[in-house]
Design a binder for this molecule. Structure first.
Ligand code: C5P
Length: 222
């Protein structure tokens, strides 16, 4: 049986970008590398958790020893999250697209002398918010992420309340920080206890510290 401070705990992690289809060969995406989500899944596994790793298309290899659910779109990610429940904790590190193309074409769009295609958008479900606000079966600990470029604490504190999650892991992704796509992160952990600023450290170390904090919190509840 697994050893560690998270032995016997089932934890889901979302990670990576989502791809929102335009037609069978084209999509809209974002620049998320999946690095922090992957590091977190690895750290949670190392503490003995049973990890369900729900990942959008990313170049980075998922850790060994976790259950990998590969998805493309936000709608697929939401379905995979629902299917993974119940869990002891949900960690939502994915950069989910806010919008999808309202009616993706089932045929490749063609150039036409009749003009350019016009894409209409529909809003994607907010997976973190939906899970945070579940009336029944809400995970005992729900952790969201916030990438901010300014007023990090104010924005992330407001986001925590809006989403209804327990913690927000906030970071400053201004280009000057080199955090987006880099190996390091500087996070502020927002909880009902307020804002806790962590020193700048490697993404793997952020993951280890977060996993330890998750273990302490779950183990103090029961
Ligand atoms: O609102 P914003 O996108 O900044 O919130 C970021 C947090 O919400 C992240 O934890 C992200 O994984 C989650 N999220 C989600 N579903 C969405 C949008 C964001 O789970 N559609």
């Amino acid at each position: 049986a697994p050893q560690g401070s998270l032995a016997g705990r089932r934890i889901l992690v979302t990670s990576g970008p989502t791809h929102e289809p335009i037609d069978p060969v084209r999509y809209i995406a974002n620049r998320s590398s999946g690095a922090q989500g992957t590091a977190l899944a690895r750290a949670l596994r190392d503490q003995g958790a049973e990890v369900v790793f729900i990942t959008g298309p990313a170049d980075i290899r998922p850790p060994e020893g976790v259950e990998v659910v590969a998805v493309q779109s936000a709608l697929e990610m939401e379905a995979a999250v629902q299917a993974a429940l119940p869990v002891d904790a949900g960690v939502f590190a994915a950069a989910v697209a806010d919008w999808r193309v309202a009616s993706a074409s089932d045929r490749k769009l063609k150039k036409s002398k009749d003009g350019l295609p016009v894409l209409e958008f529909a809003e994607n479900p907010d997976i973190l918010k939906t899970v945070s606000r579940m009336a029944q079966g809400r995970p005992p600990l729900v952790v969201g992420f916030a990438a901010e470029t300014n007023d990090v604490v104010e924005n992330a504190t407001a986001k925590r309340l809006r989403k209804g999650c327990d913690w927000i892991v906030a970071n400053d992704v201004s280009p000057a920080t080199g955090i987006m796509g880099g190996d390091e992160n500087a996070v502020i952990l927002i909880s009902d206890q307020g804002a806790e600023e962590w020193p700048r450290m490697g993404k793997a170390e952020v993951a280890t510290r977060l996993a330890a904090r998750i273990a302490t919190t779950l183990n103090s509840k029961s």
